[in-house]
Structure formats: structure tokens, C-alpha cells
Design a protein around this ligand. Structure first.
Ligand code: GLU
Length: 275
């Protein structure tokens, strides 16, 4: 049985990748974002708190300026991110009647106890206002995730910060497979993981999709951060709107369950399967 008790999640961080926000040369596209915005509204109508972590600034800036070369220097990526970020936030705002809020953070902000406490208070106050926080890395001052493509990790750190119960990573892959689905057509999707073992991390490397910004490994590393702090993670395909299955209590991809939640949530409604 591949079911999920979605009703148990009340505080959700949703991470959306560049491939969904600025696909196929568009600076920003409604194709994948509009259905996701409708899903977010449905979550909010079900009294779930939602925080969105949206990539796409560099891609939107690139697709706006259309530089004549693809291998960008770090400075160029930062400048393109500055151009694209306003497009990304305006793009998301169009889907919501209520205001959305732009929050730009760095890993250093989260590591500093003082700054992370400020960020946490801001995010919680935005939730109390019923305003959707839309977070991205502050690419002007932070370069690590531009080097590693790692907004997944930022999303996991945010989930930890605001004590989210679910991190939903919307990617362009269906989840984690037991082999590379690009080279092995018999590769099977792993629906449930409850231990972030070395073997699982190895699978992340094996199933790396060269077209994905961060690849599966960064998603698993993010899931590991969430797992250790009591947040479940779901990796699913945002292009196929797999997340919408959650309202039918169906698992849309790979669910990585946190031990801490397993210990505190005694509901046996989810079957855990070791791959
Ligand atoms: N901050 C980058 C952007 O918005 C995201 C990099 C990533 O996807 O990890 O383009």
C-alpha cells in the first residue's frame, strides 16, 4: 500500500527547482507554477502553513538577458540572479490574491543563532499574517549554492528552523530509484525510506540527472538534514503535478520518514518499506 496520511502535516516547506520555474528558455513560465500555486492554496485552505523555497533566479535572468555563452562566471550568475529574482517573485505573486513575501537568506544567516532567530520570527509572523513567504538564497552575497546548485539544502535548513513537519521537494524526477532510471529502464522507484544509509546516498549519486540543477544527491543530503531534525521529506515530480496525489492520501514519489516523527507519531497509517 503506497499511501500517506497527508492530514498529519500542518507546516510544510515546498521547494521548487529552476526547471519548473524557468523551463525551456522562458524567463518564468506558468506551465508548472500555476498548478503548484493552486496546490499551495488548497493546502492553505486546509489550514496548513506553507513556506515556499523557489529557485529560478539565475535561469530567469539568463532567459531574460540571453547571454551569448552558457558557461557563466560566478559574477555573471550573481548578476543574472539579481535580474531574475524580481521576475521570480513577481511571477509567484500573480497566482495569489493575497500578498506574498520575498525572503532572501544565506547559509551563514541560518548558522548564526542571532540572525536565524530573527529569520524564524519573521517567517512565523508572516505565517500568522497568512502571507506566503517565498525564500531564495541571497545570491548577491552567497555563492556556495550557485557553485553547488543547492537550494535543496537551504529548504531543509528552513524546514528545521521553522520546525516544519514536511519538506516537499518538487523536482523534474519522480523520486529516488534503486538504479539510474536514465540508463536502466527496469529501475524501480523507492516509495519509502526510513534510514539514510550509505547505500541510499550511493543511489543518489547513481541516479544523478545531469539536467537537474542540484541532482538527486543534494536532495538526499537535504532529506538527511530534515530527517535528523524531525521533518519528513517527499521528493516528487513537480512537472507531472505528482504532489496533487497527496490530497488523495497517495504517495507522490519517495517519502523519507524521520525517526523523530516516527517516535512521536504513533499512528501506524504509513507502511515503512526498506528498499
Ligand atoms: N538561487 C539559485 C537561483 O535562484 C538556485 C540554485 C539552486 O537551484 O539550487 O537560481
Amino acid at each position: 500500500m503506497n499511501s500517506i496520511d497527508f492530514a498529519q502535516y500542518n507546516n510544510i516547506v515546498i521547494k521548487v527547482g529552476s526547471a519548473l520555474v524557468a523551463p525551456d528558455g522562458h524567463s518564468c513560465s506558468t506551465q508548472f507554477c500555476l498548478p503548484l500555486a493552486n496546490f499551495i492554496k488548497k493546502c492553505q485552505q486546509s489550514a496548513k502553513k506553507v513556506t515556499l523555497v523557489s529557485s529560478g533566479a539565475v535561469a530567469a535572468g539568463f532567459n531574460t538577458l540571453k547571454p551569448d555563452h552558457e558557461h557563466l562566471s560566478l559574477d555573471e550568475k550573481q548578476a543574472l540572479a539579481a535580474i531574475g529574482q524580481s521576475k521570480v517573485i513577481n511571477h509567484w505573486q500573480r497566482f495569489f490574491d493575497e500578498s506574498v513575501a520575498q525572503v532572501l537568506l544565506t547559509a551563514a544567516d541560518i548558522q548564526s543563532s542571532h540572525r536565524s532567530a530573527n529569520a524564524k520570527r519573521t517567517l512565523i509572523t508572516l505565517q500568522q499574517y497568512g502571507v506566503l513567504p517565498i525564500i531564495n538564497e541571497n545570491d548577491t552575497v552567497a555563492v556556495d549554492e550557485l557553485k553547488f546548485g543547492d537550494n535543496d539544502r537551504l529548504a531543509a535548513q528552513v524546514a528545521t528552523l521553522i520546525e516544519a513537519d514536511l519538506l516537499l521537494i518538487c523536482s523534474d524526477v519522480d523520486g529516488l530509484f534503486n538504479d539510474n532510471p536514465h540508463t536502466n529502464s527496469n529501475a524501480q522507484l523507492i516509495p519509502f525510506i526510513d534510514e539514510m544509509t550509505d547505500d541510499i546516498m550511493q543511489l543518489g549519486q547513481a541516479s544523478h540527472n545531469p539536467q537537474a540543477t542540484g541532482g538527486m544527491l543534494t536532495k538526499l543530503l537535504a532529506a538527511q538534514i530534515a530527517h535528523d531534525s524531525g521533518t519528513d521529506t517527499i521528493i516528487c515530480n513537480g512537472k507531472t503535478e505528482a504532489y496533487s496525489r497527496l490530497f488523495q492520501q497517495q504517495n507522490p514519489g519517495t517519502l523519507i520518514r524521520s525517526h523523530k516523527r516516527l517516535q512521536t507519531n504513533s499512528s501506524p497509517s504509513i507502511r515503512i518499506t526498506n528498499p
